[in-house]
Design a binder for this molecule. Structure first.
Ligand code: FES
Length: 190
């Protein structure tokens, strides 16, 4: 195995004058979370979840701001963010389509579903459509192997998918006919 290294010591990050890690977030961290931990780093996950929940991703500037509040190195924040795939280092689309790629779903042709989504949206896995409506990712097992193949549209679980079915669901989101709640239902079926 070979490690690919890159020189990031001189990396410039985009900044804005308004803090991402707001005064309100900082207050909550200081008053609610920090007292619960022996070391300030214990509150890192809470801070990251706040930022991601608010913005949908974790800008590099916010990592520096969090590091200042927790008195840790910005690299420690980046290490955590980049380790967990649940944390997003760049903006994602308005809707996140996540297809399970683990073994049960793969046996039940999740790959065909993924290919159908890629063709429908004109993007690859890990990409976002130009209109910022959809981001497509693949996930490991999400615990619904008995109804494989499965995918999430945002937080809704859709089971027993076929390529046609997932495309129909995507089209329902595009047309505003999507019914929240999962299991493959679109309004025209109800
Ligand atoms: S393998 Fe897809 S839900 Fe378990």
């Amino acid at each position: 195995m070979a490690w690919i290294t890159k020189d990031s010591a001189g990396t410039q990050i985009e900044t804005r004058s308004t803090r991402y890690f707001t005064a309100e977030m900082e207050k909550t961290i200081r008053e609610v979370h920090l007292p619960r931990f022996e070391k300030p780093k214990g509150a890192l996950f809470a801070a990251l979840h706040m930022v991601q929940h608010h913005y949908g991703w974790i800008p590099a500037q916010s990592m520096k701001e969090i590091a200042e509040v927790l008195t840790i190195a910005p690299s420690e924040v980046l290490d955590t963010v980049s380790f967990y795939e649940e944390f997003w280092e760049k903006p994602k689309g308005e809707h996140l389509v996540s297809v399970c790629r683990s073994v049960a779903c793969e046996f039940c042709e999740s790959t065909a579903c993924t290919e159908a989504i890629k063709a429908k949206l004109g993007i690859d896995v890990g990409e976002t459509t130009e209109d910022n409506k959809f981001t497509l990712i693949e996930l490991e097992c999400i615990g619904s192997c008995d109804t494989a193949p499965v995918a999430l549209i945002d937080e809704d679980l859709h089971e027993n998918l076929t390529p046609d079915r997932i495309v129909k669901l995507i089209e329902s989101v595009q047309s505003g006919n999507y019914t929240k709640g999962g299991t493959g239902a679109v309004k025209e079926d109800l």
